[in-house]
Ligand binder design. Structure first.
Ligand SMILES: *[C@@H]1O[C@H](CO)[C@@H](O)[C@H](O)[C@H]1NC(C)=O
Ligand SMILES: *[C@@H]1O[C@H](CO)[C@@H](O)[C@H](O)[C@H]1NC(C)=O
Ligand SMILES: *[C@@H]1O[C@H](CO)[C@@H](O)[C@H](O)[C@H]1NC(C)=O
Ligand SMILES: *[C@@H]1O[C@H](CO)[C@@H](O)[C@H](O)[C@H]1NC(C)=O
Ligand SMILES: *[C@@H]1O[C@H](CO)[C@@H](O)[C@H](O)[C@H]1NC(C)=O
Length: 459
């Protein structure tokens, strides 16, 4: 993060120049120059690659005539495929599966983002995915410094770091105005927002009710998604399987932020396959405001029921107060309760998975992050809110039947990886999963749709 302001780049210098030219009314020519340069560069690259592969093809063919596989046969009969099939070894899985996605990151003034980092909690607390995704994208392969070449535009605004001096909770009252000010800035200084009306622009909304930007569900629902974001793509922690005004925007459900360093430190002392001497674990508030959805008063006091029914049960380790070493407790537990709180989601879910404790999800209708990478039904136990009083019985049954197969799935390192945001994008980690989800939305990309339209009209 620290290095993002002094990250030198020839390309970026070029774009800054281009942007300045914009202001003096000569964007088109400059853009054309750039494209011309690009075109020739591509040709030279293509030629050298062809030469290289043609030579290596000759060599390998001479060395190994009997190794006449399908690929080579194919090349002899269909020369147009030569480059494609021969160049496959150099393209990694990453670019393959991300479909050569390109993301431009707006370089906003620091009041929108990095100024907030003076409070160190800004990049570690549970909403810090807004910081983590930005940081990882800055050094990612998918980043492009040429906005004309971008599929998506990332707008890095940190809205969750105004921590209350009273209770430490982030005040997000300024979120809407900060975001709309950022949008105003980019839509006047750059042409990309207006041309797509923001539909290829990406934001992070990592707090309780995502793109509604309010901590209370009834107010969040009443306020809805800000008009300005309604066409954009929002990466949000909030997700439910039913209709909800706070997900009425194109979105990707992301996990809450849990520091990968803290997980690593805990696992050094409490390895995943170590002794688990706590059977069922929960630490947190036992009374949470009952839900009040659309005026219908739901009194699903899930946590209260858990406390009343199982506090005193020797199999249950339930604690109401904060404790800095709680991660070690998770790593020592077989089952970790993840009941809904203010919102259905909670960082407990990620911490449980990362530390190998089977998450017991008690949040009806929750939509979980990255379901294509994380097979939630194979690594967790879901208990309906109405059945919470039968918790012990349900978990006893799991323990007696399929606990070990759930643990085996859960302890697959790929599962943990998919839910953690690293400083640099690693294949399969949380930021990578975000990019993968974006690569499935390329139809929203202004650039891609133009390219395909052009191809259509060319043929
Ligand atoms: C691509 O993925 C396959 C399996 O999915 C793996 O065996 C192979 O090593 C990967 N190749 C690269 C270049 O990462
Ligand atoms: C931060 O929150 C406080 C209330 O806790 C508010 O008075 C202040 O205006 C907020 N700051 C910004 C920049 O929104
Ligand atoms: C985009 O549209 C807004 C509102 O119509 C306008 O004020 C702004 O100047 C436009 N931006 C550009 C770069 O043309
Ligand atoms: C629930 O919300 C409705 C409107 O959203 C409000 O009129 C009602 O007073 C709320 N009930 C409680 C108990 O908070
Ligand atoms: C474990 O068993 C329960 C029923 O007892 C079943 O609902 C669940 O799908 C099973 N999970 C796995 C991963 O086999």
């Amino acid at each position: 993060m620290e290095n993002h302001n002094n990250r030198p780049s020839k390309n970026r210098g070029y774009y800054v120049k281009m942007k300045l030219m914009h202001k003096h009314g000569r964007p088109q020519q400059e853009k054309n120059n750039f494209n011309t340069f690009h075109k020739y560069f591509k040709w030279i690259l293509w030629l050298s690659l062809s030469l290289y592969f043609f030579t290596s093809y000759l060599i390998s063919n001479n060395n190994n005539n009997s190794h006449n596989n399908n690929n080579i046969k194919h090349q002899k009969t269909k020369p147009t495929h030569v480059i494609k099939s021969l160049s496959q070894p150099i393209s990694t899985n990453k670019t393959e599966s991300l479909k050569n996605l390109k993301v431009f990151i707006y370089d906003l003034p620091p009041k929108y983002n990095t100024n907030w980092l003076t409070n160190s909690r800004c990049k570690t607390h549970l909403f810090a995915s807004e910081v983590a995704i930005h940081r990882a994208l800055l050094t990612s392969d998918v980043r492009t410094f040429d906005p004309y070449d971008a599929d998506f535009f990332f707008v890095p605004v940190y809205v969750s770091c105004n921590f209350s001096t009273v209770n430490g909770f982030p005040a997000i009252g300024h979120a809407r105005s900060l975001i709309s000010s950022a949008v105003k800035l980019i839509s006047t200084e750059y042409p990309f927002w207006n041309r797509s009306r923001g539909s290829d622009h990406v934001f992070v909304a990592s707090h309780d009710f995502g793109s509604c930007f309010h901590t209370l569900e009834d107010v969040a629902m009443k306020d809805g998604v800000p008009e300005i974001l309604k066409k954009s793509i929002v990466l949000q922690t909030f997700g439910v399987t039913y209709e909800h005004p706070c997900q009425k925007v194109e979105h990707v459900v992301i996990p809450p932020f849990v520091s990968p360093e803290s997980v690593r430190n805990t696992l050094e002392n409490f390895p995943v396959s170590g002794r688990r001497d706590i059977w069922v674990f929960f630490r947190g508030k036992m009374e949470v405001h009952p839900k009040n959805v659309s005026g219908r008063f739901y009194s699903k006091k899930v946590r209260t029921v858990i406390w009343k029914k199982f506090n005193g049960d020797r199999r249950f380790y339930l604690q109401r107060h904060r404790f800095a070493g709680y991660q070690s407790e998770i790593a020592r537990s077989v089952f970790c309760l993840c009941p809904l709180g203010w919102a259905p989601w909670s960082p407990r879910l990620v911490e449980s998975v990362a530390l190998g404790c089977v998450p017991v999800i008690i949040a009806d209708g929750i939509r979980l992050p990255f379901s294509s990478a994380v097979k939630w039904s194979e690594i967790s136990v879901t208990v309906a809110e109405k059945d919470v009083w039968r918790l012990a019985e349900i978990l006893e049954k799991v323990a007696a039947t399929n606990l070990s197969s759930i643990q085996r799935n859960l302890w697959d390192p790929r599962t943990k990886k998919a839910l953690l945001f690293n400083s640099w994008v690693q294949e399969g980690d949380a930021t990578w999963q975000v990019l993968h989800s974006l690569s499935e939305k390329l139809y929203r990309s202004y650039r891609s749709s133009r390219v395909s339209r052009q191809l259509d009209s060319d043929t």
